[in-house]
Write a protein that binds this ligand. Structure first.
Ligand SMILES: N[C@@H](CCC(=O)N[C@@H](CS)C(=O)NCC(=O)O)C(=O)O
Length: 222
């Protein structure tokens, strides 16, 4: 398999696709492309197979099969290696995990726009808009419920590492790098996720990257 991803420091959807590929346990080759610059547009023009359809990353190639969306990548890999590797076994837990992953996939636009993922960055956000605050409150509510109802088996949202953690990993990065204050239970969860060996590998690679994208280095918007 081949996984096309963007700059590790900035590309939150790539992080999800990459964690999904790691979670599958299958071997894959990683193709990292610099996003948002002329290089990326040029690369897409040169190689129509690089980013078919949406022109966005992550993209998983498995022989002739191509999957161009992070959630579809999880579904595709779960079909290949078994649902239990990605989703909780128990119905009530899996129902919630599926719902919160879908909620992340289709929502939280205010948070995403105001605090774009930037793994290397450390800033202290002083004020946030009502819309961003509402997103943060909703995420903390989701984490609290998942941890309280289903988190007994380990430090992650549903105990063991799952698709839910894959989808909320970029949020953990944002909360850390923008200095978002969170309650103790959330700090413990964020620490467990941040210290996960795959996250540590991604963080290290982000720090080693030389690309800088100016629009994501500007002061966070309230
Ligand atoms: N819904 C898509 C979103 C993918 C997406 O927006 N990717 C961004 C990078 S994080 C991208 O490729 N941007 C580059 C572009 O739009 O040219 C998914 O879940 O994978």
């Amino acid at each position: 398999m081949k996984l096309v991803i963007g700059n590790k420091n900035y590309s939150s959807w790539s992080l999800r696709g990459w964690l999904a590929a790691r979670q599958s346990g299958l071997p894959f080759e990683e193709i990292c492309v610099p996003l948002y610059g002329d290089d990326w547009d040029e690369a897409k023009r040169r190689d129509a197979n690089l980013a078919p359809s949406s022109g966005k990353v992550p993209i998983l190639w498995d022989g002739d099969a191509v999957v161009w969306d992070s959630l579809a990548i999880i579904d595709y890999l779960a079909d290949k290696v078994g649902r239990d590797r990605f989703w909780p076994k128990e119905d009530a837990a899996r129902a919630m995990a599926r719902s919160i992953v879908a909620e992340m996939h289709s929502g939280f636009a205010a948070l995403r726009q105001a605090m774009p993922m930037n793994v290397r960055r450390r800033v202290q956000v002083e004020t946030v808009s009502d819309a961003v605050r509402a997103d943060i409150v909703r995420i903390l509510q989701i984490w609290a419920e998942a941890r309280a109802r289903f988190g007994q088996g380990g430090p992650f949202l549903f105990g063991t590492f799952s698709a839910a953690d894959i989808f909320y990993a970029p949020v953990v990065s944002r909360f850390i790098t923008y200095g978002v204050g969170v309650p103790g239970f959330a700090t413990a969860y964020m620490q467990a996720l941040w210290e996960h060996p795959w996250m540590q590998a991604w963080i290290q690679a982000s720090e080693d990257e030389e690309w800088t994208i100016e629009q994501f280095e500007e002061s966070p918007q309230a």
